[in-house]
Each structure stands twice: as C-alpha cells, then as structure tokens.
Design a binder for this molecule. Structure first.
Ligand SMILES: [Zn+2]
Length: 171
C-alpha cells in the first residue's frame, strides 16, 4: 500500500492530461518521499514547458501558413507588396490575357488584363492617344500605396473597362 500523501500526489499528477508519472515502482526504493515529490515536480514543469513550446510552435506555423495562403490569393505590387488584384480577376481582351506592346519611347511592356485592381489608383485625363486597345481610352494606374506606375486603366465608349497591368511590376 502507498502512503496516504503519495496517493494524493498521484491524484494531483493526473489532473492535467499532459502530465504523466512513472509508477512508484520506477523510483529507487531508497528515495525519500520529499525526493520523489521534488522529482515529480521537475517532471511536471518539464512537461508543461514542452507542451507550451510545442503549442507555440504549432500556432506560429499555422499563422505563417495562413499568411502565405492569404498572399497567394493576391497579386502584389512588386515594389511595396500592396495587394493590387487577384488571379480571379484575370480577363481576356481581344482573345488573350497577356499582351506585349511597344510604347513611343521604344520600351517593351508585357501586360496582363484584369477586370478589377482595387490596389490601383487611377490618374490623369482619359486619352485615346497611342491606345494599345482600339475603342478604349486609357489613364495611368498606380499602386495606391507607393504610387509606382503599374499600368493603365482602359475604358471604352460602350462602358467596358479593365486594367492592363505591367506583369514585371507585380509579384
Ligand atoms: Zn506599391
């Protein structure tokens, strides 16, 4: 039979599901009760420590994954990582999502067409000068956070609109 105090210690040890005690027979018979208690307290502390660090690690991984998933849902500004648009807003204009154009200064632009780009602010008066899409006027579209030029906002007289965004400026 175990001494009364020892039984109480055993009951205490079973309160938390993470706390497990070796059975009394695993202790050397020469250990005094205070020594056994001391050892068990050490074990409880150790197991609580393991449990809390493990829990923190799992929570950290979970929040990192969530952050990653969240980012994957968006197409970001290549300069400041502002959320610009989403893959679901990709649009085909004249039969293609991606277009390559040359501007009057001789720069080549690869642009993608998007129905919406909430991360863009539109600047300037609409113009049809040098418009890459017939029937559409254009205005400048900049990142609404860092103001970098990300492409153009196109609008037609039939009230169709879309954003043509420079793919190299997005991530
Ligand atoms: Zn930006």
């Amino acid at each position: 039979m175990l001494p009364r105090d020892f039984k109480n210690i055993m009951a205490f040890g079973q309160i938390g599901y993470i706390v497990q005690f070796p059975v009394a027979s695993e202790y050397p018979s020469l250990m005094s009760l205070p020594e056994i208690i001391e050892k068990q307290i050490q074990q409880i502390n150790y197991q609580l420590y393991i449990h809390s660090t493990d829990k923190k690690r799992k929570e950290d991984t979970k929040s990192k994954n969530k952050e990653k998933e969240e980012k994957e849902k968006y197409i970001l500004c290549g300069t400041c990582e502002n959320k610009i648009t989403q893959p679901t807003f990709k649009l085909e204009i004249n039969g293609a999502f991606r277009h390559t154009f040359l501007n009057p200064e001789g720069h080549v632009f690869h642009i993608g067409c998007f129905q919406e780009a909430d991360g863009c602010a539109v600047f300037g008066e609409p113009t049809s000068e040098w418009s890459w899409f017939k029937e559409f006027t254009w205005r400048n579209a900049r990142c609404n956070q860092c103001l970098k030029q990300l492409g153009w906002y196109y609008h037609s007289h039939l009230d169709q609109f879309f954003f043509g965004l420079i793919l190299d400026s997005l991530i």
